[in-house]
Design a protein around this ligand. Structure first.
Ligand SMILES: C=C(O[C@@H]1C=C(C(=O)O)C=C[C@H]1O)C(=O)O
Length: 364
């Protein structure tokens, strides 16, 4: 390509950028107008709701449907995710607590869902994320709920039994783990590998094959593992890209998770009910009396009404020995007439039924 051709293309890009810039600014002014209208139409004592997850899900879906390339749908939606995040911040900067410290996959999930224009607050434990939301110190919390290799995150499920929380959204993240070392690590003398217990489990076979005799030490998070390695010469950490970048570690081996499709699902928790989008999920907790056929009775109404169950998990109820609660996710919104009638049927059989929330299915 000649110098002249390049120059002409760059002039074109500059002029397109000017238009993109002007359009984004116009969009941002529109969002400011939306905020003004929301404020003006408040009833006495009513608190304004600036963040609308159902609307954001629709905007992103529309972008993906209309996108003609060459950028991929996900890539395009990610760009719009950030534009919306900045527009919303003009209305109200969201405060989001997540399972920290900085550099965790939960932080990456929070950024994927809300974009980067939020004020994010790392918490030391899942329960603290719940408490921070309950106390009103933040608008939303982000917690992991299940991993495709290792299953449920029990701390999260148990926290739902202790706090009244609304699930406002979900996001899924591909989890890639790397073996990370610091500048001073003697790579042939590694005698300890730090990581979160879930991550150690997700890389178990790889560790058995490559570091069978090295001590595996479970710490509170992958980011904590990365932090420890920074100051030690004989240790390595298993963590993801964010933690590697944050603590300046290098990858001794990449993508060492045993299953290449290793993914984690995260939930956004808050206290805002989300209206239907037409493509939603609902999460409920049900406790049944301990008698034969109870689980069958619970599941039949879903089957008979053609409602797609996406997940069912059992946990001890914590209110009696050998009594259990079921965490159930299914397609649909609790305001859909069909879902409403199924929930009514179940509540007749159940000891207790609680809707944790209906929320848009993950778009990104
Ligand atoms: C502009 C609005 O407020 C927020 C910002 C949005 C956006 O930038 O598109 C979408 C939904 C809300 O989270 C709105 O409610 O439409």
């Amino acid at each position: 390509m000649s110098e002249q051709e390049l120059k002409a293309l760059r002039v074109r890009i500059d002029s397109l950028d000017e238009k993109v810039l002007e359009l984004i600014s116009e969009r941002a002014r529109c969002a400011q107008e939306v905020a003004r209208v929301k404020m003006a139409s408040l009833a006495e004592g009513e608190v304004p709701v600036f963040y609308r997850p159902e609307r954001e899900a629709q905007v992103l879906k529309r972008v993906m449907e209309r996108n003609k390339g060459p950028l991929g749908n996900e890539e395009m939606a990610r760009l719009f995710r950030e534009i919306m995040s900045s527009c919303l911040a003009l209305e109200q900067p969201l405060k989001v607590a997540y399972l920290g410290p900085e550099g965790t996959f939960t932080q990456a999930a929070a950024m994927k869902h809300f974009g980067h224009a939020v004020i994010s607050k790392p918490m030391a434990a899942i329960d603290e994320v719940f408490r921070e939301v309950a106390a009103g110190a933040v608008n939303f919390g982000v917690v992991p709920v299940e991993n495709s290799t290792e299953g449920a995150v029990n701390h999260t499920l148990d926290s739902f039994l202790e706090h009244d929380m609304v699930i406002c959204g979900e996001v899924e993240l591909r989890i890639h783990h790397h073996l990370l070392v610091g500048e001073n690590t003697k790579t042939d003398s590694i005698s300890r590998i730090y990581s979160h217990a879930q991550s150690l489990a997700q890389c178990r076979k790889w560790l058995d094959a490559h570091y069978p005799n090295v001590e595996r030490i479970a710490v509170s998070s992958n980011a904590e593992a990365a932090k420890r390695v920074k100051g030690e010469w004989n240790s390595a950490a298993i963590a993801g890209d964010m933690a590697a970048g944050l603590y300046g570690l290098t990858r001794l081996a990449e993508k060492i998770e045993d299953r290449p499709d290793n993914s984690t699902r995260f939930l956004m928790i808050g206290n805002q009910e989300v209206p239907p989008t037409g493509d939603d999920k609902t999460s409920i907790i049900v406790s049944m009396s301990n008698r034969p056929g109870a689980l069958h009775e619970l599941l039949v109404p879903f089957h008979e009404n053609g409602i797609d169950l996406t997940r069912i998990e059992t946990r001890p109820s914590r209110s009696g020995k050998w009594t259990y609660v079921f965490f159930i996710d299914f397609a649909g919104h609790h305001r859909d007439p069909l879902v409403k009638s199924v929930l009514e049927q179940i509540s007749q059989e159940a000891v207790a039924l609680k809707v944790l929330g209906s929320y848009p299915k993950a778009v990104l």
